[in-house]
Design a protein around this ligand. Structure first.
Ligand code: FEO
Length: 396
């Protein structure tokens, strides 16, 4: 692809990784991702804001070549993670007079992760500015978005916020701006990204959102996904996700091996649908064997209740269910109520095992329904009672 003009003397020079399907060897990428690097040509100096993943270095360099960039004065590193910093080593080789501009914490990370030498850096602090001539960059520290060293860069004259991972989405595109007809789709991918990357740091994200929304912003240029020409679209979405509000939504992640657990899940879904519909309560089962775990995470962002359903395997929960609970605990959602249902053959400690995994979040635990073998009428009555409790808890 070619470099794309964003505004006068400001270009997208990054890479679109259409066919990447996994991030951190963990996060599914159904729409690939992008590594947005931006070139800013000031009247006196030229800067590049964030680089690209090393796997796509050649795309960045071809874009710079196409724009005939023979000098880069500053490489701004908003974040040390290698999907944005990895190309810095080669950039420094190609443009040996350039300096890496970042905060002191990020500098330390870059030295550790990429072995960049001390003399290559210019260190900036909160509110510091850097003149490119007719354009001025200001740096704001936004720690824990999602690493401790993260910062954003604001271009005053063009009212652009370069936010790196903040407000980003793993979404490949050929349209560089979020157009009206794509808003809903992009926000879903941004919500997925928030859930997977930002949600564990909700308190810090809230503080940082409050900090950046005070700026006069026309464009938000993140380093993953398309550019927001209406900053309020993504800022308001973030405000909603980081708020304490939850939706009356019951998620049921489950695995079933010989259908007993599946029968329980289907019964619970039916009864919650029947009795909760007129109360605005939504219910959503997730067969974890076949579902992209990212879709589960999207709903975790604002769901009130999670009912975990599992058969007993080797005296505990099915490992796939245990993974989902481990992930939920690590992502620290706002979930208020958690229940456990499932079936066993000859015993086990599934309930103790799963509840002991919830160390980061403190939901109210609902009475578990773990039964022997195929559910009986008596077992269905237990599920009726659980459904009543769920509806009662979700009447707010
Ligand atoms: Fe996109 Fe935290 O790197």
């Amino acid at each position: 692809m070619a470099a794309i003009k964003i505004k006068d003397n400001i270009y997208f020079v990054g890479a679109i990784h259409w066919d990447r399907r996994l991030f951190d060897e963990l996060i599914p990428l159904p729409e690939g991702t992008t590594y947005n690097s931006y070139l800013i040509k000031g009247s006196e100096k030229t800067a590049i804001i964030d680089a690209v993943d090393p796997a796509t270095n050649s795309i960045l360099f071809n874009n710079l070549h196409s724009l005939k960039v023979d000098k880069i004065d500053y490489i701004i590193a908003n974040h040390a993670e290698q999907d944005h910093s990895g190309a810095i080593i080669d950039l420094l080789e190609l443009y040996p007079d350039s300096k890496v501009v970042t905060n002191s914490k990020c500098k330390d990370f870059l030295k550790d992760l990429l072995h960049i030498s001390e003399e290559s850096f210019i260190v900036v602090n909160e509110g510091d500015t850097l003149s490119l001539g007719d354009k001025t960059l200001t740096f704001f520290l936004t720690p824990w978005v999602h690493w401790p060293e993260t910062m954003v860069t604001y271009l005053k004259e063009d009212k652009i916020l370069f936010s790196c991972d903040f407000f980003g989405s793993h979404y490949s595109f050929s349209q560089f701006f979020v157009e009206k007809e794509k808003r809903s789709e992009i926000l879903t991918y941004a919500k997925r990204y928030y859930g997977e990357i930002m949600m564990p740091f909700r308190t810090q994200i809230k503080k940082n959102t409050e900090k950046v929304e005070k700026l006069d912003i026309d464009y938000i240029c993140p380093s993953h996904g398309p550019i927001f020409k209406e900053p309020s679209l993504i800022i308001n979405a973030y405000k909603d996700w980081i708020s304490d509000n939850v939706e009356k939504k019951i998620l049921i992640p489950y695995v079933s091996m010989h259908d007993s657990t599946k029968i329980m899940v289907e019964y619970l879904v039916d009864i919650l649908t029947e009795k909760g519909n007129d109360k605005g309560i939504k219910v959503k089962p997730f067969n974890l064997t076949y579902t992209d775990i990212g879709e589960f995470v999207i709903d975790l962002v604002d769901t009130s209740t999670v009912i975990v359903a599992s058969p007993t395997v080797l005296a505990g929960a099915h490992p796939v269910v245990a993974y989902a609970v481990f992930l939920m605990n690590a992502l620290r959602p706002k979930t208020k109520f958690v229940g456990i249902i499932g079936s066993y053959g000859w015993g086990g400690k599934m309930v103790e095992q799963l509840t002991s995994m919830l160390t980061n979040i403190k939901p109210e635990l609902l009475e578990p329904v773990v039964i022997k073998g195929l559910p009986t009428n008596q077992d269905f009555e237990l599920l009726d009672r659980l459904a009543e409790t769920i509806i009662e808890k979700n009447t707010f």
